[in-house]
Write a protein of this length. Structure first.
Length: 238
């Protein structure tokens, strides 16, 4: 069975786009995300990596399906790889989406949805799936808002998802929305993207003194870059 996502290059050298069929099995989805990340890791600076998630068929099994804990672990590692790309990542989704899309949206830098987008939290027989989406919801929203969603809700309609910052852009035409986002976000993609993400994450959880060292190191790298056109300056350069 084919495991490669339907990958294409975005026009004007903006980056790479993969269409991911959310109706596929967890091992296939894991392989697809890893292959996409491998290609994205080879992109040049100023480009973006876009995942367009296709809606699952109505009768698809509950997320993540009948899988082993090892397969769950491999999936979580693939999502983490996506989350740590040096290139800016964009996830675009439409319709009613389940746990797969929630994982990929929360791992992306920028999120696009259509007006009919509704996020369904992964619930099986009344039990919430305890994957890393819980962790990411807390990191994104704070404990109080995440608790309200995880303990008392099952669906996140578009309006609420936008208000919470889970969706950054709404577009009737995903193709046009992706192109617009790629043009505006691509200029932010460089080898420092991962560092900027880490600084943001630490600001939400670390004490000031614990975070200071990482920020000083980032400032030092930026000062060296400014002193040396075309690349980082050597330590101690004037």
């Amino acid at each position: 069975m084919r495991t490669e996502p339907d990958r294409t290059r975005l026009p004007d050298g903006l980056g790479v786009l993969a269409r991911l069929d959310s109706g596929r099995s967890l091992p296939e989805l894991t392989a697809a995300v890893n292959e996409f990340c491998e290609e994205a890791e080879n992109l040049s600076s100023g480009t973006v990596a876009v995942l367009r998630v296709l809606p699952a068929p109505p009768r698809r099994r509950e997320w993540p399906g009948d899988v082993s804990i090892q397969e769950v672990n491999r999936w979580e590692r693939a999502v983490r790889r996506l989350e740590r790309l040096d290139t800016v990542s964009i996830t675009a989704a439409q319709g009613t989406c389940d746990g797969l899309v929630l994982d990929l949206l929360l791992a992306a830098d920028f999120r696009i949805g259509t007006p009919d987008l509704k996020l369904k939290l992964p619930v099986n027989d009344g039990h919430f799936w305890p994957g890393m989406s819980v962790y990411r919801l807390v990191r994104h929203l704070g404990l109080a808002r995440a608790r309200r969603i995880v303990l008392w809700g099952t669906d996140i309609p578009l309006g609420e998802a936008t208000d919470l910052g889970l969706v950054d852009q709404v577009s009737d035409d995903l193709t046009e929305g992706i192109h617009t986002a790629a043009v505006s976000r691509g200029r932010l993609s460089d080898r420092e993207t991962r560092i900027r993400r880490l600084l943001l994450q630490e600001a939400a959880s670390a004490e000031y003194d614990d975070a200071l060292g990482a920020h000083i190191a980032a400032c030092d790298r930026e000062l060296r870059r400014l002193r040396t056109p075309g690349g980082p300056a050597a330590p101690g350069s004037p």
